[in-house]
Design a protein around this ligand. Sequence first.
Ligand SMILES: Cc1cc2nc3c(=O)[nH]c(=O)nc-3n(C[C@H](O)[C@H](O)[C@H](O)COP(=O)(O)OP(=O)(O)OC[C@H]3O[C@@H](n4cnc5c(N)ncnc54)[C@H](O)[C@@H]3O)c2cc1C
Length: 470
Amino acid sequence: MTTLLESLRDLLGPGNVLTGGDAAPHLVDWRQAAVGRALAVVRPADTDEVAEVVRRCLAHGVPIVPQGGNTGQVGGATPDDSGRAVVVLLSRLARIREIDAENDTITVEAGCVLQDVQRAARDARRLFPLTLGAEGSCTIGGNLATNAGGSQVLRYGNARALALGLEVVTAEGDVWHGLRALRKDNTGYDLRDLYIGSEGTLGIITAATLKLFALPAAQRTALVAVASLERAVTLLARCRAGFEAALTAFELISSESAKLVERAFPQQRLPFASGLAPWYVLLEISDSEGEDHARACFEQVLGAALDAGEIEDAAIAQSGAQSESFWLLRDSITLAIAQTGKCLKHDIAMPTSRVAGFVRTMGERLGQVCTGIRFVIFGHLGDGNLHYNLMKPDGASDEQFVASGAGIMRIVHDSVHAHAGTISAEQGVGQFRIGELLHYKDPVELSLMRRVKAALDPSGIMNPGKVLPG
Ligand SMILES: Cc1cc2nc3c(=O)[nH]c(=O)nc-3n(C[C@H](O)[C@H](O)[C@H](O)COP(=O)(O)OP(=O)(O)OC[C@H]3O[C@@H](n4cnc5c(N)ncnc54)[C@H](O)[C@@H]3O)c2cc1C
C-alpha cells in the first residue's frame, strides 16, 4: 500500500515535500518556545493541490498544521512532537488574483506576504491598511487566521474588518468558493467570520478578497513624551476629537522599551533628552488634504496639549525618513526583547479608560511578588491593547524566572479579567494560551466553540491542540 509520504511526493513532486533538515525551520516557532516534529512539510502550488493534500491526510487520519510566514507569537503554526502531522505551507499560493479599483477590492492568495499586498494596492493608487511589525514576512492567510491587529486598527479595524470574502479548503477537502466582493450580504450564517481568527483549526484559507481605501494625501507622525499613562489616555481623547478619522495610530512606548531598543540597536534613539518621561506615544495621522494641512493639524492639537500641561514635549517628524525612523523604533521593540533574554509576554486588552489603573496596581503587586522585575510595556493604546512584557530582574537566573512564570501570568490575567479585559487581544491562542482560555472563557461560549469545531472539522485533523485542547 502507498504510504502518505509517497502519495504526497507523487502529488506535489519530491521537491515540495520537505523532510529532515529542509523541514526544520518550519518546526520551530518564531519565539523558539515550541519545537515540534512532522511527517513532512509540504508546499502545494494552488487551491486544488491544497484540497487534495487535505483529502489524502484525512484518508490516513493524519493531522494538518497550516503555516504562513511562521511569525505567530503563540505557537499556532508549530506541530506537536508526535511526528505525525503534515505541515501545509501556503508560500507558493502567492498570486495577486485581481485588483478592482472601482469596487475598492483586491483578491489575493493566502501565501501573499502582507507587504506585497500593501505594495500591489499602492501601485493601483489604493491603500491596504493592515500594518504590523512582521509585515515583511507574515502572510495574508496567517493575518486572517489570527485576525491580526497591528497599528491602524483604531481607524480601519483588524484583519476581520478588512476581509469581504474567503476561499477555504474545508477540513474534509472541499473548496468553499466564498470570494465575494460585497459590502452587504445577509444570506445566512457568516462562515467567513468563523474561519477568520480560527488559527487553522477549522480549515485552510487559500485566498481572500480584501477592502481597499483611498491613499492619504499625506501621512505624518509625531513622538510625544508624557508624564503618566493617565496623561497618555487624556491625549488619546484629545487626538480623537482633534484629528477625528485622520488619526490612524496611537502607539504607546514605555521608556524601558525604548531603552531596550537603544541598547539592541544603538542607531535607533528617541528624539528627546534621555530620561525625559516614563512614557512616549507615537502618533500618526493620515491626512486627505496634504503635508501642510497635516503639519498644521499636528501643531494645533499638540500645541493645545502642551499649553494645557498634558504633555512634556513633542517631536513632529520633518520628513518621510524621520517618520520611518520613529516607526522603526516602535517596531523594533519585539526584536529587541527577543535579543535581550527571557520574557513573560502578555497580549492583553481592556477598555482604554481602565488601562492606567491596571498598570499602576499591577506594578505595585508584581514588584512585591518579584523584586526587581522589569516592565517592558508597549502596544496599541488606541485600542486598549498592551503588550505587557515582564523581564527578569538583574541577577536572577533564567530558570528561576521561568519557574515563577505561571504564577505571575495568573496574577496578570486575573487582574485583566477583573478590568473587563481579554487575555489575548490580537495574537490568538495557539498552543501557548489554551490553559488561559479554558480558565477565563465563559463556559457556554466554550461549549459553543467545541460544537463549531466538531461541526466543521468532524475528524479533528485541523491543527489539533491549538485554540482548544486536542
Ligand atoms: C515582529 C512581530 C510583530 C508583530 N506584530 C503584530 C501586531 O502588531 N499585531 C498582530 O496582530 N500580530 C502581530 N504579530 C503576530 C502576528 O499574528 C503574525 O505576525 C501574523 O499575523 C501571522 O501571520 P503568519 O503568516 O506568519 O502566520 P503563521 O505564524 O504561519 O500562522 C499563525 C496561525 O495561523 C494559522 N495559519 C497560517 N496560515 C493559514 C492559512 N492560510 N489558513 C488557515 N490557517 C493558517 C497557523 O496554523 C497558525 O495557527 C507580530 C509578530 C512579529 C514577529
